[in-house]
Design a protein around this ligand. Structure first.
Ligand code: UTP
Length: 274
């Protein structure tokens, strides 16, 4: 059973400056909903109710979003706009949200390690809110939890990316273990390889199920690509023991950390109707 989801949200979001100068990237809206709300909805659809957010300076809007705004609620009570808060209110009622700050931005691996106090000694989900996922049936996290329940080890969601874009992702290689569910046992992984050095075009997207031994591994992980502590390097330690499964998820992902992906997601949800 996966009960907790960790949201690393401490990054600077430099690709969206100046919008992200005083506002977290995770609060950028696709239509009327901030990215992180989509992420929380995905986790709730997977049966998760305990949300743990890694924040940093300038990220307080995330905490305010997942809290009641008495003044606003009072203002719109009884009017036609009251129902606009239904979805967020339902999340606030169903879930608990805890926050801790990553004081120095030392990379995604370091952000996840900062979450140890909120997670404890149990397997947990990690969701990067700027990767917005949508699927027809089960949410991507729900699909991954099923894979975790079968293999009882860490699980990463993957998708095939154009070969010239491998330098934007963690790239895996692995052996197919189940063709019906598109699952691979990971044998190698490398962070943002140059296309000419990439072993495959199978890229890790912002969804993980991690077993708690990852924290001890992360404590020992040295800064890697870009001088940051990389989750990919820590996962490679688990992969060497055969303990990482890569799962080609069913659904669609938008890289909302990039302008192109953000616009694509906006158009997609606009056409679909929210
Ligand atoms: P990104 O690589 O997208 O970096 O981080 P970023 O700072 O958010 O955005 P750009 O590249 O400057 O535009 C991937 C995820 O890891 C989190 C980010 O918040 C994002 O969800 N992260 C990254 C942290 O929480 N802490 C870090 O030190 C680094």
């Amino acid at each position: 059973m996966i009960k907790k989801c960790l949201y690393p949200a401490a990054g600077y979001g430099t690709r969206f400056l100046p919008a992200t100068k005083a506002m977290p990237k995770e609060m950028l809206p696709i239509l009327t909903k901030p990215l992180i709300q989509y992420g929380v909805e995905e986790a709730v659809a997977a049966g998760i109710k305990t949300m743990a957010v890694i924040t940093g300076r300038g990220k307080r809007a995330i905490e305010d979003h997942f809290d009641i705004s008495y003044e606003l609620e009072h203002q719109i009570k009884g009017g036609s706009k009251e129902n606009l808060l239904n979805e967020i209110r339902s999340l606030i009622t169903q879930c608990t949200f805890s926050y801790t700050r990553q004081v120095e931005m030392k990379g995604l691996g370091h952000a996840i390690l900062t979450g140890e106090t909120l997670i404890g000694n149990e397997a947990f989900a990690v969701l990067l809110a700027d990767d917005l996922c949508t699927s027809q049936n089960d949410s991507v996290l729900k699909q991954m939890i099923e894979v975790y329940e079968k293999y009882q080890c860490s699980v990463v969601a993957i998708e095939e990316v154009p070969p010239d874009q491998t330098d934007k992702y963690g790239i895996i290689s692995g052996n197919l273990v189940d063709s019906t569910t598109d699952t691979y046992r990971v044998t190698d992984m490398v962070e943002k390889p140059d296309p000419k050095d990439a072993p495959t075009n199978m890229a890790i997207i912002g969804r993980y199920i991690l077993t708690p031994d990852i924290f001890n591994i992360l404590r020992k992980t040295k800064p890697g690509k870009g001088g940051e502590i990389q989750i990919t390097d820590a996962l490679l330690e688990q992969a060497k023991e055969g303990k990482v499964i890569a799962y080609k998820f069913k659904g669609k992902r938008f890289d909302c950390g990039s302008i192109d992906g953000f616009v694509e997601a906006t158009n997609y949800f606009y056409k679909k109707g929210i």
